[in-house]
Ligand binder design. Sequence first.
Ligand code: ADP
Length: 248
Amino acid sequence: MSLLSVRDLAYRYPDGHEALRGLTFTLAPGERVALIGPNGAGKSTLLLHLNGLLPDRPAAEPAITVDGLPLVAANLPEVRRRVGLLFQDPDDLLFCPTVWEDVAFGPQQLGIREPRQSELVRESLVQVGLAGFEDRLPHHLSRGEKRRVCLAGLLACDARLLVLDEPTSGLDPRGRRELMGLLTRLPVGQLIATHDLEFVVEICPRAIVLDGGRIVADGPARKLLDDERLMLAHGLERPHILRHRHPH
Ligand code: ADP
């Protein structure tokens, strides 16, 4: 069974703007896929659909299925637990006095009691490489560390699909490298919207190219990103690491 199935997903904003024009794709459990495309392609609109933040009123015919659950109003709480959405700015998501409390917040909301709650917090901090950070103040951490605290919070709720919006933005080279290492070690599915094409080449086996609300390519990331004509046609650029490998 696929982890995520999207079938003919279309969406028009209330002002009439058509942002998604019939998207169809699936993700297998544990698969890591990049979502790339120029500004305005529809990436954020798609991400917002994946845990039911859009549309305001769910469609009668659900276009999205997560882990076998059709995304309809009755399944929203369960779908939101399985899809961990991480926005670009981690500061919006961290609001507790300590890292421990921030990561424990999700499991608490789900009604998970002790000792399971502490176990989940501990395990997810280990998974994101932040063991020992329990008592630190989230707003004193670096941007990369904050992002990892957010990821730990999603993992503690047993997210099966991480949906990440520009996860490398604002990270220094070390933070970026740590994040790449971490994402490749996590055994959960990942859909990653990004403009960082070198990051895609390094850690995403597959890429979906979106433009004008449509999927214009879906396949092996290196092959698509090495296709200069495809990249230029959709406001993208063939990454340098691929150029160095094929000097002309
Ligand atoms: P991306 O994330 O790829 O940059 P978006 O999903 O943000 O693209 O936007 C897709 C299209 O929808 C764009 O043309 C954008 O102008 C439009 N759009 C985004 N948000 C809104 C909104 N709230 N109301 C109307 N149109 C919107």
